[in-house]
Design a protein around this ligand. Structure first.
Ligand code: SAH
Length: 528
């Protein structure tokens, strides 16, 4: 303020910050003092006819300077109070949620919810936007549909391409379990189980090996799932219609699987209990990419947060569409769907969240202008997963599978996927899948303080290391005479393991976390 005044109005030398006591009066007073001094030297400028003394300025100069200062002062006052002085404007300030013509205060959809919220509070954080888009109970993307449905879904995932994928993970789990002296009481916990397909294929293959090993094991299943729609799909896949879908006294959904295991659905990682004498095995396939991020840009003075602003009809070019190849991320871009009502805006000032990157040494050498995405929820989830490992007894394991960068901080990866097309993450909120690249480097850094870390390793390599090739050969031989089936098996294998832009072998990574001093698990022979 002080600087801008002296630059813009060089002749008005104000030597201290403006107080709220009336700047014009201050100028007059300070100039009056000067007059007394000047008078004593005998060169006294005239006193104006209005009785006021303007020092060396003409009245016009003085008026224009005073007007300028008054404006600046008004602006400063507004900066401090916000656009509205709430106390003076009670009743006129927009309220949230607004009443419609019928007096109802219900919001219509997420566009309405965000528009009203932003009008009331100003731009909102990106993580709040993503959280509501994905799991708002009434309007969220995951909470209101089955996004992986083969006919109406927006994307396809590895377990849905072929059951071989889950089978390989079942083999991995069996060998880890065996290497831990085959604990007789275990819990398999899956975060974000989609349609339940991966758990189904893992359990089929795991149970087959258990049966062959003639060991007995009690298996409980926990699924962490935000969506009621998908919970029902998971129940159909894993329990069959005969085992009813119940709600326990504590309010958790529960049932029995077709293999007679107790199965329970939980809302968040906080609901997973660590039971003594039970070894926990955790799976998370395409879960971390669906967690909300915050986005920041480095300014001279520190990190500044990107916020979501409401401005109808903005052509939005977020995200960097060209650099995100994967099965889940179709290549076609619908340019019409880049027109949005919402867009990102960079906060000019520090927000409370700026502390996250400001305090993190990982980001301290990033140059001015660089951009980063930070996922605090991923940190909470990974910490919970680590707590489920038993370092003292050497029991348990975590397998995270997702797309993302092995050792780079994601910069600008947030993307929208709608009807198998890339779209802006800011169109029709709640109708579009939002996902980000997973920051594996961060997960590794956090985990390595607590356990043994394996990977991340590319999906194609992991699957080959486990022996997908043998299984594919076997299936092709078993289907001799059925060329259609053989082709299907072969094509699925290529989609899962090839490393070109349209396949999943390179972009998806496997990360294994095991108790300290464990035997190295199969699959991770080479890491990136
Ligand atoms: N693993 C599955 C589904 C991936 S889609 C597959 O690969 O096919 C993401 C899954 O995570 C969905 O089941 C979605 O409903 C669930 N999900 C997303 N955010 C969640 C959250 N915050 N808490 C619990 N589940 C969530």
């Amino acid at each position: 303020m002080l600087q801008s005044l002296s630059c813009r109005c060089g002749r008005l030398a104000i030597s201290r910050p403006i107080s709220s006591g009336g700047i014009v009066k201050n100028i007059i007073r300070s100039n009056s003092n000067k007059t007394e001094k000047d008078n004593s030297t005998g060169s006294s400028p005239p006193i104006d006819e209005n009785g006021l003394y303007y020092g060396k300025f003409t009245k016009e100069e003085y008026d224009s300077a005073a007007k300028f200062v008054k404006e600046q002062y008004g602006r400063l006052e507004q900066d401090i109070k916000g656009d509205f002085n709430i106390r003076e404007n009670l009743g006129k300030v927009p309220q949230f949620p607004q009443r419609d013509a019928k007096g109802s205060t219900k919001v219509k959809d997420l566009t309405d919810l965000f528009a009203q919220t932003i009008k009331t509070t100003g731009p909102i954080s990106l993580s709040a936007y993503i959280r509501q888009c994905l799991t708002h109970p009434e309007f969220g993307y995951y909470t209101t549909r089955d996004p992986i449905d083969t006919r109406s879904g927006d994307f396809i995932t590895s377990p849905e391409i072929s059951s071989i994928f889950g089978e390989m993970i079942g083999i991995w789990l069996f060998t880890v379990w065996q290497s831990q002296n085959s604990p007789s009481n275990i819990k398999i916990i899956e975060f974000g189980p989609g349609r339940g397909t991966l758990m189904h294929d893992v359990l089929s293959s795991f149970n087959k090996f258990i049966f062959k090993s003639r060991k007995s094991v009690k298996i409980q299943i926990n699924l962490i799932e935000a969506s009621k729609v998908l919970r029902l799909e998971q129940w159909k896949t894993l329990c069959g219609e005969k085992n009813s879908f119940n709600t326990t006294e504590e309010g958790f959904n529960s049932s029995k699987t077709i293999w007679h295991n107790d199965i329970k659905w939980l809302d968040t990682e906080k609901d997973v209990s660590n039971e003594p004498g039970v070894a926990n095995y955790v799976l998370a396939h395409e879960f971390f990419d669906a967690l909300p991020i915050k986005s920041f840009q480095r300014a001279e003075e520190g990190w500044r947060e990107f916020l979501v602003e409401h401005t109808p009809s903005v052509v939005n070019t977020q995200p960097k569409l060209a650099s995100s190849p994967s099965e889940r991320e179709p290549q076609d871009i619908d340019h019409e769907l880049l027109e949005t009502e919402f867009h990102l805006t960079l906060s000019k000032k520090e927000t409370p969240s700026s502390l996250i990157p400001n305090l993190n040494t990982r980001f301290k050498d990033q140059p001015v202008g660089s951009r980063i995405e930070v996922c605090s929820e991923a940190e909470l989830y990974i910490m919970k997963m680590l707590q489920l490992l038993d370092n003292s007894k050497g029991l348990g394991a975590v397998l995270v599978i997702d797309y993302g960068l092995a050792d780079q901080v994601p910069e600008n990866s947030l993307r929208g996927i709608y009807k198998h097309k890339f779209v802006s993450p800011f169109i029709i909120p709640g109708e579009v899948d939002l996902s980000v690249d997973v920051d594996f480097g961060n997960l590794v850094q956090l985990a390595s303080k607590h356990c043994s870390v394996y990977g991340p390793i590319e999906q194609g390599d992991w699957l080959h290391n486990i022996g997908i090739g043998y299984r594919v050969d076997q299936l092709i031989k078993q289907n001799e005479g059925n060329s259609e089936k053989q082709e299907k098996v072969y094509n699925s294998y290529r989609r899962l393991t090839d490393k070109d832009e349209r396949s999943m072998g390179k972009i998806y990574k496997f990360l294994g976390l095991l108790p300290n001093d464990s035997q190295p698990p199969i699959g991770f022979n080479e890491s990136l």
